[in-house]
Design a protein around this ligand. Structure first.
Ligand SMILES: N[C@@H](CCC(=O)N[C@@H](CS)C(=O)NCC(=O)O)C(=O)O
Length: 237
């Protein structure tokens, strides 16, 4: 178990933060794309939490996850007596519990679009997810270009271009970093691992996301993990 060192009392503007401390159960940082989303969102918005890290693809992985959730999946957020499983539900819960953080875009239309693209990620892109799994430490250039994966890359590029066209020149999908960027951060990791070529504006977005302090911290931690995965460390020919 690893505990983050954030002092809730030292976080500016977090009303009541000193009274609570989330626990976030996550999978290996190198491989767990679903865990990365809420972890990055909580970090990016300075919401204090204790991290409980479970290595994926190990003999005891299932039993360890079952200690926290009957759903058998990470991430899981524990807030006192309340357990929230599923990455999107966790992000929504955090946004509700910390409204002063503005984790979703402030504008109602942008917020609806941000939720739509997160929902699309959450329920779709199985072509990309199955052929191009997340492995931050690995480099698999040119691999995984199945037809469904390529279609997903095309659709994701379209989503990002639409966001930038709509919101004008800015840094993230809806201007300031939001849950939507945290939700697409594992896609950014995949694009780097598999050497996906993108239009220059989208390449620039990939670099910005990878350099965001919360994302950079996750990447650093992923590189420091030493437990390999028999399933995800090599790409079959
Ligand atoms: N829809 C879920 C998906 C969660 C999921 O599939 N998590 C994977 C890790 S990324 C998992 O827990 N797998 C169980 C295992 O590897 O034993 C979410 O958004 O949280």
């Amino acid at each position: 178990m690893h505990t983050t060192d954030l002092d809730p009392l030292a976080v500016p503007g977090v009303a009541g933060a000193g009274k609570r401390r989330f626990k976030l159960v996550i999978g290996s940082k190198n491989y767990s794309s679903w865990s990365m989303r809420p972890w990055v969102a909580l970090k990016a918005f300075h919401i204090p939490f204790e991290e409980i890290l479970i290595m994926l693809d190990q003999p005891d992985t299932g039993n360890r996850i079952a200690e926290f959730s009957a759903a058998g999946r990470v991430p899981v957020l524990i807030d006192g007596d309340t357990t929230i499983w599923d990455s999107l539900a966790i992000c929504e819960y955090a946004a509700e519990q910390f409204p002063d953080r503005h984790m979703w875009p402030a504008d109602v239309t942008s917020r609806a679009l941000a939720r739509s693209i997160c929902a699309e990620m959450h329920s779709g892109f199985s072509g990309l997810r199955s052929a191009m799994w997340m492995n931050i430490r690995a480099r698999f250039p040119g691999k995984g270009r199945t037809m469904p994966a390529q279609a997903d890359i095309g659709r994701i590029s379209e989503i990002w271009e639409d966001c930038f066209a709509r919101s004008g020149p800015h840094r993230f999908l809806f201007g300031d970093f939001s849950i939507a960027d945290a939700y697409y951060a594992p896609v950014v990791m995949r694009f780097i691992t598999y050497g996906v070529s993108l239009a220059p504006a989208l390449e620039a977005y990939v670099e910005r996301v990878a350099a965001h302090p919360a994302v950079a911290e996750w990447i650093r931690d992923a590189h420091e993990e030493s437990v390999p995965s028999p399933r995800y460390d090599t790409y079959p020919d």
